[in-house]
Design a binder for this molecule. Sequence first.
Ligand SMILES: Cc1cc2nc3c(=O)[nH]c(=O)nc-3n(C[C@H](O)[C@H](O)[C@H](O)COP(=O)(O)OP(=O)(O)OC[C@H]3O[C@@H](n4cnc5c(N)ncnc54)[C@H](O)[C@@H]3O)c2cc1C
Length: 455
Amino acid sequence: MTPRVQALVVGGGISGLVCAYALRKAGLDAHLFEASRRPGGVIQSIARDGFLLDLGPQSFSGTASLRALFQDLGISDQIIQAPTHAPRYVIVDGALRPVPLSPPAFFTSSLINVSTKWTLVRDLIGKSAPPDADESVAAFVRRKFSQQLLDRLVGPFVSGVYAGDPERLSLRSAFPSLYEAEKSAGSIIRGMLRASKTKTGPSERPTLLAFRDGNETLIRALSNILGPSLHPGASITGVSVENGGSFDVQFEAHGSSESISTKSLILAAPTNVTGKLLSHLDPSFESLLARMEYAPVAVVSLGYRISDIGHSLDGFGFLVPRSYGLRVLGTVWNSSLFPGRAPEGHALLTSFAGGATDPSAASLPAAALTSLVHREISPILSISSEPVFSNVTVWPLALPQYNLGHSNRLAAVAKLLRNHPGIWLAGNYLRGPAIGSCVEQAMAVADEVREALEK
Ligand SMILES: Cc1cc2nc3c(=O)[nH]c(=O)nc-3n(C[C@H](O)[C@H](O)[C@H](O)COP(=O)(O)OP(=O)(O)OC[C@H]3O[C@@H](n4cnc5c(N)ncnc54)[C@H](O)[C@@H]3O)c2cc1C
């Protein structure tokens, strides 16, 4: 007889793990099936030759819901915080220039010319409205502010968060708070100020966090609690509807094909997998979900002797405007932010290449990526010797792109889902790619599943 569970989660990245954890915490018999032997999706850490590396996200913003989750999991004491005032840099005219992080710093910064500064004043005292049509981030910045702001700050920031292309990213999908600010207040600055005043709940300190032993600590804690309800190495291959509205879910594990029945199916895999699995229920799922693009990213970690680096490495790291002509998108100075990332006398620097603006860089062989990154960052940081350590990880589907039309595609998927009660979606393409956003979205889904089962 086919085994039956109350809820089945497909995909054991942070979204699926948190969803399964919240469902089990609510007392439901929820099981999680993860294709890989190692749960966590893009959140992976490794220790080698005295270096401690994160292969995906290097750090994350400490939101209130993340802190609550860490408390619940008993891992709050393993959190470490980056220095709050660590400067972030951007390369302009060949030099690292600090990014202004406060309004006074912005107005005194030489990074931005007077006419760009005036566009902010104009926004504050003037009134504008967003166009009806979906607007790209680049078009928005040019309409409201200036090409210089786009080149020097917004473009690099967009690379840092989405590995995205501002000409294709949708403002209302990728940065909804900016879109809403202009829509509701006729001004980005007034709208943002108003939103921050009306925010309820505990105020969130904008701190950058990581785990002392690497970000996989979070994955291990969730996996341990899930115990035998987590099934690694089990790849879901098909979904069909049974009589009575339950789902028959087929999977492959340990070389054999099996199936399991569930009343609630939560798909927390990337959109290509989710679209394919749901295509048996309605082919439109696949055409809509497959149209969501992902950017590939190569994560290149290099270790150097500190004595071989001329720069002080005092700060978070730097981002590179695309107009500067380098293939490196940015570099994080891990060992300046968190302890234990490099052996005594060494520094660990993690650089990113690829993204939506240069996807082919992520397909280069590991040795080529290592020498490319070393060649490009050496003059910027006055590095005089070859790296003593290197590691390259390529994520072909690193980050979903919230491109033009994204919100319409999501609305169309939500409409289709209304014809298939018992199915939910979770993942980083829905409410933001940040770990905190994935966790909030996954918990909201778990609440919906619980409420539906209680009806
Ligand atoms: C290089 C990089 C840097 C990043 N930096 C940051 C950062 O600094 N801060 C931050 O907050 N966020 C960052 N992010 C984003 C964040 O890490 C991700 O958005 C988030 O971890 C995605 O989690 P997820 O569970 O939605 O998806 P994923 O991690 O992609 O997990 C999906 C899971 O589904 C599984 N799966 C696929 N097919 C099947 C199947 N058929 N059956 C069963 N399982 C299946 C996969 O194996 C995978 O484990 C970064 C991401 C990358 C790649």
